[in-house]
Structures are given as C-alpha cells and as structure tokens.
Write a protein that binds this ligand. Structure first.
Ligand SMILES: C[S@@+](CC[C@H](N)C(=O)[O-])C[C@H]1O[C@@H](n2cnc3c(N)ncnc32)[C@H](O)[C@@H]1O
Length: 388
C-alpha cells in the first residue's frame, strides 16, 4: 500500500466517524491519540486530506469517500503533488488550471460546492466566496496599541517571515507558534483580519472622542475578543459589562482581560434573550451584540460545518439573533451606538434582522456592511450600526 493510499484510508476513517456538531480538529486529535503510529508529517498530511474533503461541500455527494478525497485534493491544490501523482496522474497534469476550469473538467459547478448561493447577502460574490472555501484561511494577529515596534522586532529576531497587512494586522505563516515569542493578549491578540475591522465606524464617531466615562455592554462576550478590540479602538478608560449565557467562557474572558490589562469591568451570566431584571433600566453608550450565527463567513476555517449545514437550522439562529438584539437594544442610551455583528454571509441573519429591528424599534441605521474577507484569505463578517 502506497504512503498516500494509507493516508487516504486513515482520513476516510476520520471522515466516516465525524458526527454533526463535532469539530474536525477535535476528531483528528482523538484519532491521533488512539493511533500513535502516525508521526507529525503523517498527521499533517491526514489532516490536510480531511479538510480538503469537507472543503468541496456538497459536491460529489454519491462518490465514495476515497474517490472524493482525490477529487477534493485536485480542486484544493494549485500545484502538482504526490497524492495526485500516485492516485490520479491525469488530474495532476491539469492541477494548475484555475478553479472554474477544474470544476468544468470534473463536470461540477462551483454551486455544487457552496449550495447556498441564493441565501448570500448583498454584494457577496458567490463565485469568489465559493472559491475561497477551497483554501485554508491565513493566520492573522492584531498588534495592540504601543506594541508595534516590540512585536515586529521579536518576529524579525526569530526569523519569522510576516506580512504587515495594515497598521495593526500581521499575517503569519500557518502554524507559527507565537506563544513563546509574544505575550499573547498583552502585546497582540489572535484575531481574524475582518474581525479586526468591526468597529471602524466608531473611529470617526464623536463618541470615540467624548470625554465622559463611556458605559459599554458586550452582551455576547464569549472570551472577550471584541471587548479587547473596543478597548484598543477607544484607548481610554471606560466601564464594561461583559455578559454571556455560558459561565465557563466568562472565566476565559477574565484570564484574557488580566493578560490584556483590562480592569474596569464586571461580568455576569445573562441569557440575553430574556428581559433581565439584573440590568433593570441600565443604559449603555455602546452595545456590542456579536450574536451566535451559522458562522458561514468562517466556513473556510471549519469546512465540516458547511458539510453538515442544513437550511432548516437557520431559523434557530435568526430567532435567537432577533431575540437577543431586541432585548439588548432596549438598553441603548439615546445617541449611543449599537453594533449588530455576525460572522455569517446569509441575508437572513443580517439584512433581514436589520430590517426587523429597524421596524420594531424605530432605529436609525447609521451603517451596514459586509467586511468581505474572501479575497484576503480571511473571514467574512457583517456589521450594522444603529442609534436611537
Ligand atoms: C459569536 S460568539 C461571540 C464572540 C465574541 N464576541 C468574541 O469576539 O470573542 C457568540 C456568543 O454568544 C453566546 N450566546 C449564545 N446564546 C446566548 C444568549 N441567549 N445570551 C447571551 N449570550 C449568548 C455564546 O455563548 C457565544 O459565546
């Protein structure tokens, strides 16, 4: 059995046993823990094969797993490789063609890969978006204020090739181990390029330069990525309430805030879908509402989610998004800013929610945009900014 055939067999085992809702990364971890014979090169190769399999989404539905793996490798690769050379030499000859030509060669359309074109929000290029799903996204960090020189000096001193994407964003080679080099959360945070831009609107807004102590609520805070970004955009003291329905994630947030030096904050476990007496009539100058969503804008990172996604699950998210945003917005101070954020590219989770919120609460929509990452090997996000 050839080396690559063995890897294909191992990947097929992982794929067969992956259950809906289980992250592929975790399934791979379990598989390698049980199968100690695989060295680091084997593990990398098997993991790549698995990810490629899920990247082609709903295409080749009735093709056996082992064959689909080879076709997926063809679509996801841009240069000849040994897996194709050993399993499908004819495909290896044309692997340098562009994605459209390769799809034609295999008799599929890009819509066979991304089967949800008609659900895309305004301005999302369905072809480019589908093509981006075939590639692993890049690895970005955001350098925190005052640490730029320090961070770039450390990267240079350790001979890490990096790409300074903009003032704050740095792209690093995949798999770079930054923990031993940088003080994570203090000097820099791991944050996708698009996610780094969700508060760009605030930079030009008078609230950013107002002198009173801003009251801010991050109502779906998770481990606080957006809160830390907010601190860095404002670069001055404010008071933060960080809440989430999961108590465990707020413990991660506290650890991150400690590392990031964020002090003036409180945390509470709050289910934001219900009218909470804990907040009474408390009002906030800025509310960050980064809701749970399909995550479709991040599927190049987690292509297994695309594989398992069914349209019917969208309703669960839209109901949750509308409930959370509807409760949270009632705590917005007059003249304040409400950031509705998702990492979805679906109109139902974005434009449609915006329309419903506007009608329900007579809000003023200040800005609404997709932060498109699909041509930058980054995620795609949606942001709408309201005021009352
Ligand atoms: C997209 S994540 C937020 C990411 C976070 N803002 C960040 O930048 O790291 C959505 C969060 O909403 C939380 N969530 C889900 N349902 C919720 C609810 N009913 N009330 C409050 N939070 C909820 C989830 O636990 C999850 O942490």
């Amino acid at each position: 059995m050839s080396f690559y055939f063995a890897h294909i067999k191992a990947a097929a085992e992982v794929i067969k046993h992956l259950k809906h809702g289980m992250p592929l990364a975790l399934q791979l971890q379990h598989f390698f823990a049980k199968n100690k014979k695989y060295g680091s090169k084997d593990r990398k190769s098997i993991a790549t094969i698995c990810y490629q399999y899920f990247r082609v989404g709903k295409a080749f539905k009735s093709t056996p797993i082992e064959e689909k793996i080879v076709l997926a490798n063809y679509l996801c690769s841009s240069s000849p490789n040994q897996l194709l050379a050993s399993q499908a030499p004819a495909l290896n000859e044309t692997v340098q063609l562009d994605v459209a030509a390769k799809c034609q060669q295999l008799g599929i359309a890009l819509t066979d890969i991304f089967a949800f074109n008609e659900m895309l929000g305004a301005g999302i290029d369905s072809f480019l978006f589908a093509a981006s799903l075939l590639q692993q996204p890049a690895f970005f960090i955001r350098v925190r204020p005052q640490w730029h020189e320090n961070v770039t000096n450390k990267l240079k001193a350790n001979a890490i090739a990096f790409n300074q994407v903009n003032d704050d964003a740095i792209e690093l080679p995949q798999g770079t181990k930054i923990e031993p080099l940088l003080s994570l959360n203090k000097e820099a945070v791991v944050q996708d390029l698009s996610s780094q831009q969700v508060f760009n609107y605030l930079k030009q807004h008078p609230l950013a330069s107002s002198t009173h102590l801003l009251q801010i609520w991050d109502c779906c805070a998770a481990s606080g990525g957006k809160s830390i970004l907010m601190a860095d955009v404002l670069q001055r003291p404010f008071h933060l309430l960080a809440t989430d329905v999961r108590a465990s994630i707020l413990n991660n947030l506290k650890q991150r805030f400690k590392e990031a030096g964020l002090k003036n904050y409180e945390t509470k476990v709050i289910d934001a879908t219900v009218n909470t007496s804990m907040l009474a009539d408390r009002k906030f100058d800025i509310i960050i509402c980064d809701t749970p969503c399909s995550g479709s804008g991040t599927w190049s990172r987690t292509p297994e989610q695309m594989h398992f996604f069914e349209n019917s699950t969208l309703q669960k998210f839209t109901a949750l998004q509308l409930k959370i945003a509807s409760q949270a917005i009632q705590h917005l101070q007059k003249g304040g800013l409400f950031f509705y954020i998702t990492c979805s590219v679906f109109a139902q989770e974005n434009e449609n929610i915006v329309t419903e919120l506007k009608q329900k609460f007579h809000l003023q929509l200040l800005q609404m945009e997709y932060i498109k990452g699909y041509q930058k090997q980054a995620d795609s996000m949606f942001v709408a900014v309201f005021t009352v």
